[in-house]
Design a binder for this molecule. Structure first.
Ligand code: PLP
Ligand code: ZN
Length: 434
């Protein structure tokens, strides 16, 4: 049963302070603190800024019992998300199904597999709805009317939809050669869609210039410290849905590398708050071979990646100069995790495997995640006796181009029973012979 959005006592506590449970922004390199405005880099060393929370206050407000009473959305972990007041954008986002994937586990040869199914996230069918609802709620708190982003597709979709629903103006910048499904899914909401003739890293560079010149909330530029925190909700949900247990292995697709670092942060925060037990869990990174700067560096044992020019069907992950690549490598090193990458053919095979075993149609990024998980299980890096959660982050209906022509064709017949029975008996013959 849904009560009011949040318990009254909790609302009062949030209103006590202008910054909610946040304390400051803090440089990840030198530790200097900054006020909670729309800013993302340290003035001294250009280090990325990150939100710091008041964990003592959070501990007094956030318990398993309190969470259980709240609506089934990502906002049930509200204290650990970087907004000062009630969310005003994307209030229904999150709490997507965690599917016990027994048929998939059998196919992979592992004891326990789960699919965190963000292909059905609200409203635009990818995990980006999480980060956007946080960034836009915070942008409104800071008084912005225009929002913008540099995107590989899903982010543009989510910014466009959520801006439309909250009456904000949106400019979304994408590489001009994205999948048709991703482009239409931004245009339909009335957003200003700008296709850049270049790859994502060039889009991103242009957006840094535009963000410096216009007073807009660029969700993944000047709003990035808030935006990125939204990814933690995926990890919080996984742990709660597993009965407050951190899975032995989590396999995460990497574009900028941000999601991987935030899943790790979400697990650490739950441990810090006493909501989950410390465990020797691993968080493995997945990339496409055609754009694998992070996994290549990880496998070579390097702390830094070398930028690449992307060439893969996994366009949502095609970032050649990943902003959080360095930190993703550090998380994998600290947790003894690994990364790997898969070819376009392996991506398509994995999309089909997930669809045929679990009835879930993922986009190319999902094929990357499952394809890499399959490799890590085959090589024993994920032992068969362990549990694994696959983060399936986007919907296959948006990347039909990638699978079209590879999933077979319908067999066409005249509207005649005799023709159909001809097909059926040949199907049955091949079943008997199989
Ligand atoms: C953006 C995106 C990711 C990962 O993004 P990061 O930049 O690494 O946080 C994963 N899957 C899909 C489908 C995405 O759109
Ligand atoms: Zn600094």
């Amino acid at each position: 049963m849904r009560r009011g959005f949040l318990p009254r006592q909790y609302e009062t506590e949030v209103m006590q302070t202008e910054s909610g449970y946040m304390k400051a922004l803090k440089c990840r390199e030198c530790g200097r603190e900054y006020p909670l405005t729309a800013t993302h880099v340290c003035e001294f060393d250009f280090g990325p800024l990150e939100v710091v929370y008041d964990y003592d206050r959070i501990k007094r407000s956030l318990s398993k019992a309190a969470i259980a009473e709240r609506p089934q959305t990502m906002w049930r972990y509200r204290e650990l998300l970087p907004i000062a007041h009630e969310p005003t954008v994307g209030r229904q986002v999150g709490f997507t199904p965690l599917v016990k994937a027994d048929r998939l586990a059998k196919a992979l040869g592992i004891r326990e597999a789960w699919v965190k199914n963000d292909t059905v996230n609200y409203p635009t069918l990818s995990f980006k709805d999480r980060v956007v609802s946080v960034a836009l709620s915070r942008a409104r708190e800071l008084g912005f009317n225009t929002v913008a982003c540099a995107s590989t597709g899903n982010l543009a979709n989510s910014v466009a939809a959520n801006a439309a629903a909250s009456g904000m103006r949106a400019y979304v910048f994408i590489p001009a050669d994205l999948e048709q499904g991703k482009i239409v899914n931004s245009l339909v909401y009335g957003a200003n869609v700008i296709g850049i003739k270049g790859h994502y890293d060039e889009v991103n560079r242009l957006c840094a210039e535009i963000a410096g010149k216009y007073g807009w909330a660029f969700v993944n530029v000047n709003m990035r410290p808030y935006y990125a925190e939204g990814s933690k909700s995926l990890g919080f949900e996984i742990v709660e849905q597993m009965g407050w247990r951190i899975p032995d292995h989590t396999v995460v697709p990497m574009a900028s590398g941000s999601l991987l670092t935030k899943i790790q942060k979400s697990y650490q925060e739950l441990v810090k708050l006493g909501l989950a037990h410390e465990s020797s869990h691993k968080v493995h990174g997945a990339q496409a071979t055609g754009c694998s700067p992070i996994s290549t560096a990880q496998r070579a044992g390097l702390d830094f990646f070398k930028p690449v020019k992307p060439n893969t069907i996994a366009k949502s992950l095609a970032i050649g100069t990943p902003a959080d690549g360095f930190y993703a490598l550090r998380v994998m090193k600290e947790t003894g995790s690994t990364a790997d990458d898969v070819t376009d053919d392996e991506i398509r095979d994995a999309i089909k495997l997930l669809a045929e075993t679990e009835g879930i149609f993922a986009e190319t990024a999902g094929g990357v995640t499952l394809g890499v998980a399959r490799k890590l299980i085959a090589s024993g890096k994920i032992p068969a006796k362990d549990s694994v959660v696959l983060c399936i982050t986007g919907n296959g209906l948006k990347t039909l181009d990638a699978v079209n022509g590879h999933a077979g064709q319908p067999r066409e017949i005249k509207p005649s029973l005799r023709e159909f029975e001809g097909i059926l008996s040949s199907d049955e013959r091949s079943l008997v012979n199989a």
